[in-house]
Design a protein around this ligand. Structure first.
Ligand SMILES: Cc1cc2nc3c(=O)[nH]c(=O)nc-3n(C[C@H](O)[C@H](O)[C@H](O)COP(=O)(O)OP(=O)(O)OC[C@H]3O[C@@H](n4cnc5c(N)ncnc54)[C@H](O)[C@@H]3O)c2cc1C
Ligand SMILES: NC(=O)c1ccc[n+]([C@@H]2O[C@H](COP(=O)([O-])OP(=O)(O)OC[C@H]3O[C@@H](n4cnc5c(N)ncnc54)[C@H](OP(=O)(O)O)[C@@H]3O)[C@@H](O)[C@H]2O)c1
Ligand SMILES: *[C@@H]1O[C@H](CO)[C@@H](O)[C@H](O)[C@H]1NC(C)=O
Ligand SMILES: *[C@@H]1O[C@H](CO)[C@@H](O)[C@H](O)[C@H]1NC(C)=O
Ligand SMILES: *[C@@H]1O[C@H](CO)[C@@H](O)[C@H](O)[C@H]1NC(C)=O
Ligand SMILES: *[C@@H]1O[C@H](CO)[C@@H](O)[C@H](O)[C@H]1NC(C)=O
Length: 480
């Protein structure tokens, strides 16, 4: 990641200590405080030191999926929070949490108050499988399951039923592997992470012993990356159990694959097909839990137990591939296969949702239509992150595309395409509106109170952090 040392400002407090003459400065607001919001702000402040940037966030706490998505056993990924914190504490930047744009304040009102509005509110919906039985007990979206173990307030009621032996995860991306790892990890590993206490307790009692990670295409199309696959391969107390037939012809195809895909495929082949050495064989024999990839399978129905209440299994259509490489398409063979399982987690992707009828939205792609971050047919409106690109890409990808959006915005200011000649009131007028509506924002120093309570609760429990799990509790700590 790029350094941000130039953003450091020892005099900055929490966004209240504004520079003088702030009414003459270009005013930009950002909607959403995930990586996209923070990286957009970071680049704007660096490129235009005269800009004021206000970040509005629905939750009382910042950082989006870095806090609520990234797996608890990947603490190093969360180091980006340090960079975001530096940006938030810069004199030019303010954070307003506990403000839902589209409800507490409209995008139109923000456009009145600011020279430019950047939408970076992410992808908070899930793609739906669209198969019968999706509503049965025991079927969850990965989005909700992840939100549950990571402490997202809206997912705390999920309390997933983990009393079955076999779980099926649909989709083979990195989120699917996160979920598989959490379901199968020895509890001693998890209890040293910032996973929530209720999730830890439920997982300690879990009966899940077998996790099938199901993909509609083949091994050469798998969506996860090698680091995450290696973590599965090395997960203590587990062994892989693959189907040799799924790997037919893969060995011959390997040599022609492009570099990252080649190494990923080699690791998969090694795991699935090679006879392990003595030590590894012993490790596998000792393992009490099993994971496997199933390829060429699409869900067609989730089946209920005889009382018609709970998930008892899933019917999968058997596919064959048309074409080859990344672009290969799964087509039905007409064959089906039933798998018994008590838990189905759909991990086939996230999905952005429209937040305000005045903002253009492409429902088929589920993104805000834009060119280089400029929202089409909407002067002064920009977008970044997953809302701009769709729900794929790691934090570094999000950083790149957010910098691109910030560059477009700065270009438009410099060229005069964006009129910044007239002063705009910025947060002053929005604060007034919010107050009238009974919404009291949580500022960055309030978040720091929440942060320190979480850290000290974590310390007491031998964890890096014990997250507060409800908005009420967060607000209570913020108000102290
Ligand atoms: C489960 C999971 C695990 C991941 N793990 C990794 C990983 O290990 N490493 C990695 O590099 N990448 C990982 N990623 C990818 C990474 O999280 C994304 O690239 C990145 O978070 C996208 O950033 P974003 O800002 O567009 O969206 P988000 O991070 O979702 O941020 C959007 C923010 O907008 C806020 N918001 C939503 N609606 C409103 C509203 N109406 N008003 C105000 N605010 C609103 C949300 O509360 C949220 O804070 C993971 C993704 C997922 C889903
Ligand atoms: N550790 C990390 O770095 C980390 C962790 C988590 C997430 N992330 C990133 O976050 C992004 C999102 O991850 P993700 O796992 O949600 O998405 P993803 O990587 O796009 O994977 C989605 C999976 O769902 C499948 N799928 C999609 N639509 C389907 C359908 N209708 N029926 C059946 N299967 C379907 C895809 O198969 P097809 O290929 O056939 O479409 C793919 O296997 C990714 O870029 C990921 O790398 C990174
Ligand atoms: C995903 O979202 C849709 C709505 O878009 C919902 O109907 C469905 O139940 C959700 N869950 C799953 C597991 O797909
Ligand atoms: C397998 O289990 C035995 C008996 O508990 C133990 O002595 C041995 O070290 C284990 N081997 C591996 C590789 O974990
Ligand atoms: C981000 O951009 C840099 C510079 O253009 C590039 O080297 C890097 O590969 C990009 N990273 C991702 C994940 O897209
Ligand atoms: C957060 O918003 C709610 C209404 O949306 C409000 O009741 C509350 O006072 C706000 N802020 C704080 C710090 O409590």
């Amino acid at each position: 990641f790029f350094g941000v040392s130039r953003l450091e400002n020892p005099h900055s407090m929490n966004g209240r200590g504004k520079a003088p003459f702030s009414s003459c400065r270009p005013k930009v607001c950002i909607v959403g405080s995930g990586p996209a919001g923070f990286y957009t702000a970071q680049h704007l402040i660096k490129a235009r030191p005269d800009v004021d940037v206000d970040i509005y966030e629905r939750l009382p706490v910042p950082f989006g999926l870095v806090r609520f998505g990234v797996a608890p056993d990947h603490p190093e990924v969360k180091n980006v929070i340090n960079t975001f914190t530096q940006t938030a504490k810069h004199t030019c930047c303010s954070f307003y949490g506990n403000v839902t744009v589209g409800k507490d304040v409209s995008v139109g009102e923000l456009q009145q108050a600011y020279h430019a509005v950047v939408l970076s509110y992410g992808a908070e919906g899930n793609r739906s499988m669209g198969v019968p039985g999706e509503d049965l007990a025991g079927v969850y979206s990965a989005k909700d399951f992840v939100g549950w173990y990571n402490g997202l307030p809206s997912c705390q009621e999920l309390s997933p039923d983990l009393s079955c032996e076999t779980a099926v995860i649909l989709g083979q991306g990195n989120v699917a592997l996160d979920v598989a790892r959490i379901l199968l990890s020895p509890i001693d590993i998890l209890k040293k992470t910032d996973i929530t206490q209720p999730a830890l307790e439920a997982l300690a009692e879990s009966h899940v012993r077998r996790v099938l990670i199901v993909g509609r295409r083949g091994p050469v199309q798998i969506a996860c990356t090698i680091k995450e696959l290696r973590e599965m391969v090395n997960l203590p107390d587990t062994r892989p159990e693959m189907v040799a037939a799924d790997f037919e012809g893969v060995k011959d195809a390997v040599k022609d694959l492009p570099r990252p895909r080649k190494r990923l495929t080699e690791l998969m082949l090694k795991t699935a097909m090679e006879i392990p050495g003595e030590k590894e064989q012993e490790r596998r024999n000792n393992a009490s839990r099993v994971w496997s990839f199933r390829f060429f399978r699409s869900p067609i129905e989730i089946m209920a137990d005889p009382d018609n209440k709970r998930t008892a299994g899933i019917r999968l259509a058997v596919n064959k591939l048309e074409g080859s490489g990344d672009g290969a398409r799964a087509v039905l063979t007409g064959e089906v296969e039933d798998v018994s399982c008590g838990l189905v987690i759909s991990s086939i992707g996230y999905k952005s949702l429209p937040i305000d009828p005045s903002v253009p939205f492409d429902s088929s792609k589920a993104i805000v239509p834009n060119s280089m971050g400029r929202v089409q047919q909407a002067a002064g409106l920009y977008c970044s992150g997953w809302l701009k690109t769709g729900p794929t890409g790691v934090i570094a990808t999000t950083m790149n595309n957010s910098f691109d959006t910030a560059r477009s915005l700065v270009e438009d200011m410099d060229s005069g395409t964006l009129d910044i000649s007239a002063a705009k009131p910025g947060s002053q007028s929005i604060s007034g509106l919010l107050e009238k509506r009974g919404v009291k924002p949580v500022i960055f120093s309030d978040w720091e109170k929440i942060d320190s309570v979480e850290m000290s609760r974590g310390e007491a429990a031998g964890k890096p952090r014990e997250k507060l799990l409800t908005v009420e509790e967060m607000l209570q700590v913020a108000r102290k």
